[in-house]
Design a protein around this ligand. Structure first.
Ligand code: ADP
Length: 430
């Protein structure tokens, strides 16, 4: 056997052993940094590289961020810690194209990558390997060499196999993380639900105690012959009012239970003037809340065909949130108006705008989910159900609710409901 063939066989055996060692090294890794550290630990000596780094695309897709690096000077390490995808460097190109780059001489590529040329890493050659995922490449493994060199076909296959193993392990770490996150969210939701049920039991006991108290007073007065017709009337009126308050709370509970199980709610629509409804909801707030609220209604009436109790709840939840999540001396602006959708359909719009703590970007896409609360809301009482109810009720009416919000600046919730005149066209004049 020629020396060359023996050499090749030795190299092949060594590479197979390296791939096995990497597989074994990756088995216990659970997080992306652990994966990166294990790959670099095994790959670096096996390929004779002097430095290695692993960079991943940030969640917003706009930048590359280093997970681990070894063998670079501190200055280079700091320089390339995180940079926008638009930076003229080989790693960003590899992520964008999904194709590896074999830099056999750094000097030869200086013209192509201006930033890289202006900020040298001190190495003469590099293999920049894409880490493929379901959504294209979402990172790169970089192996850097002191000397210019040629990457032959066998070596390229070997290095791509290492990158492949690394990508699979990263994907597994990502799935594991997603599962842990969703389990943590489900557990938090269960805890919130328990707190909610406790506070609900407490809230329902309050009207019952009040009913018992009114009944006792009337019975005592009747026994003592002191129950005048006026006192009887007052007592019964108080009982009636408390009963309907409790009935409304129980209705809400029913809605919540149906919301949780995905059942549809039965609506009781009527022609409803949103101006009057919003005014009465505002008037029902206490003085402290009233000092907050500025109403802007340029129209005498805004009529919708909707279930009054449900729309009242939508308005109440949005007003209460705006007041609850903004400082007492700030303004909450409530406006009503009419608009037209892209298809010409007329909408009634309600907007509630505050200058409060706002909703963190990470929470914003999930804020209408049941039991979901903003990370910055922990110190404010709440169950995370109000917005889920708002969205469900608005959508049942054929409407939409949306939010724009900036943390520490404020939030604007916009509800759009089909304007009553749109119904009139379909069903004849109202
Ligand atoms: P709750 O207020 O009971 O927590 P909601 O479902 O009404 O539940 O709201 C869900 C989350 O949305 C709140 O916990 C809070 O983080 C955020 N949120 C709602 N409205 C506002 C607002 N106007 N300003 C800031 N954050 C808000």
């Amino acid at each position: 056997m020629s020396d060359e063939i023996v050499d090749m066989q030795v190299r092949l055996t060594a590479r197979t052993a390296t791939l096995h060692a990497i597989t074994a090294g990756l088995a216990p890794t659970l997080t992306a940094p652990e994966v990166a550290a294990a790959v670099i630990r095994h790959a670096l000596p096996a390929v004779g590289a002097s430095a290695a780094t692993l960079l991943l695309r940030t969640t917003d897709g706009q930048s590359l961020e280093r997970l681990v690096a070894t063998g670079y000077t501190q200055a280079v390490s700091d320089q390339y810690q995180r940079y926008p995808m638009s930076t003229s460097v080989p790693a960003a190109t590899v992520v964008l194209t999904g194709e590896p780059l074999w830099i056999e001489s750094v000097a030869a590529i200086a013209e192509r990558f201006a930033y890289y040329a202006a900020h040298p890493t001190g190495f003469a050659a590099a293999a920049i390997l894409p880490l493929a995922s379901d959504q294209g490449a979402d990172g790169v493994l970089v192996l850097a060499f002191d000397q210019e060199r040629v990457f032959d076909a066998d070596e390229r296959t070997f290095l791509l196999a290492i990158a492949g193993q690394c990508a699979v392990a990263l994907q597994r770490a990502r799935l594991l993380r997603a599962e842990q996150d969703s389990r943590a969210r489900a557990e938090a939701a269960l805890r919130t639900r328990d707190v909610f049920l406790r506070s609900l039991a407490h809230d329902l006991k309050t009207p019952l105690s009040s009913l018992a108290w009114h009944a006792q007073i009337m019975r005592r007065r009747a026994r003592e012959g002191r129950l005048s017709p006026a006192a009887l009337e007052d007592g019964l009126m108080a009982i009636e009012a408390t009963t309907s308050e409790a009935a409304a709370a129980i209705d809400e509970l029913h809605d919540l239970a149906r919301l949780g199980s995905g059942e549809t709610l039965e609506l009781h629509p009527a022609r409803l003037d949103l101006v009057a409804l919003v005014q009465s909801e505002i008037a029902a707030r206490n003085d402290t809340a009233l000092a907050h609220l500025r109403l802007d209604i340029p129209l005498p009436s805004v009529v919708v065909e909707a279930d009054p109790a449900r729309i009242r709840r939508v308005v109440a939840n949005l007003l209460d949130n705006a007041i609850k999540y903004s400082p007492p001396d700030s303004e909450v602006r409530v406006s009503l108006g009419l608009g037209r959708g892209a298809d010409g359909e007329r909408w009634a719009t309600l907007q509630v705008q505050d200058d409060g703590r706002g909703i963190p970007n990470a929470d914003l896409p999930h804020i209408f989910e049941p039991y979901r609360r903003g990370q910055n809301a922990a110190r404010v009482a709440g169950e995370g159900l109000g917005l889920a109810i708002v969205q469900r009720l608005v959508e049942l009416h054929g409407g939409q609710v949306s939010v724009t919000s900036t943390e520490d600046v404020g939030s604007t919730f916009t509800v759009r409901l089909p304007h009553a005149s749109s119904h009139a066209t379909a069903e004849g004049p109202a």
